[in-house]
Design a protein around this ligand. Structure first.
Ligand code: FAD
Length: 95
């Protein structure tokens, strides 16, 4: 079995590890941070990213925990609404 070392346990490193394991590789991740903590208020997942997460086997859990984004509004201190648009819901198999 081939052994692969990945430096960095961010979304890129973790997804790469999952996909390589699915293809029979033995993977080891090296992460410099001592703990993984949530950062920020939310994470936007694009439909192409969701498709990749389905391929990694975690798409359903992501959709269960998340909410579909139907509308985005950007506000500033001058205008009440500077940019606003409505988004179609794109399920996991699009992108
Ligand atoms: C404020 C903010 C908001 C964002 N919001 C979104 C969003 O809503 N949706 C979205 O899709 N993207 C968002 N992004 C972008 C997204 O976070 C990045 O594209 C994504 O995290 C990149 O993943 P990555 O695994 O390549 O890198 P990272 O997430 O940066 O992971 C790299 C990892 O490698 C580790 N590392 C670095 N050097 C070493 C080393 N020498 N040895 C060991 N470990 C090391 C780091 O500690 C880190 O854990 C946002 C980014 C920021 C800054």
């Amino acid at each position: 079995m081939k052994h692969i070392l990945i430096v960095g346990g961010g979304i890129g490193g973790l997804c790469t590890a999952v996909m390589l394991q699915k293809h029979g590789y033995h993977v080891q991740i090296f992460e410099s941070s001592s703990s993984i903590k949530p950062v920020g208020a939310g994470l936007g997942v694009g439909s192409n990213a969701l498709q990749a997460l389905y391929e990694a086997g975690v798409g359903e859990q992501i959709e269960e925990k998340g909410n579909a984004l139907h509308k985005m509004v950007f506000k500033n201190t001058v205008e009440i609404c500077s940019i606003k648009w409505t988004l179609p819901y794109l399920p996991g198999n699009s992108g």
